[in-house]
Design a protein around this ligand. Sequence first.
Ligand code: ZN
Length: 166
Amino acid sequence: MSDSGIRVGLGHDRHRLVPGRPLILGGVTIEFELGLDGHSDADVLLHAVTDAILGAVGLGDIGEWFPNTDPQWSNANSAHFLLTAIDEVRKRGWEISNLDCTIHAERPKLSPYKHSIAARIAELLRIDVSQVNVKAKTGEKVGPIGRQEAIDADAVVLLVRSTPTS
Ligand SMILES: [Zn+2]
């Protein structure tokens, strides 16, 4: 089987917006009256990025690695999930070329946070901020995003071989 030396991975996630929880997106805490519900810290963006990274190397998904039935992940910092995933990827001889993400949220307005979110993800992944792009879209006031019932995130990652294949 030929190895092209590149791999693509796709991630998607959704969490419900509820009162009484913090809103954490891409490792950045955002001032808002609602937060995301979930077993861990519910960082919908880091979950999508983690799934993209795991998917690119055929390592399944975040739910297999960190089951939400496992009490050790209760209120867990999702950075741990991302760091575990990138570690596994690097162990297998892959490196991130670039990462592109979209956050779907009606509110709050995320444009003031996009750069700090990209910078935080780059820092966690130990890559340059120029390799990370964060976009934000609203739900146009319709559907679960538009009604502020949930926030979604999408991520796509491109990996390149960091070590020569034998
Ligand atoms: Zn999630």
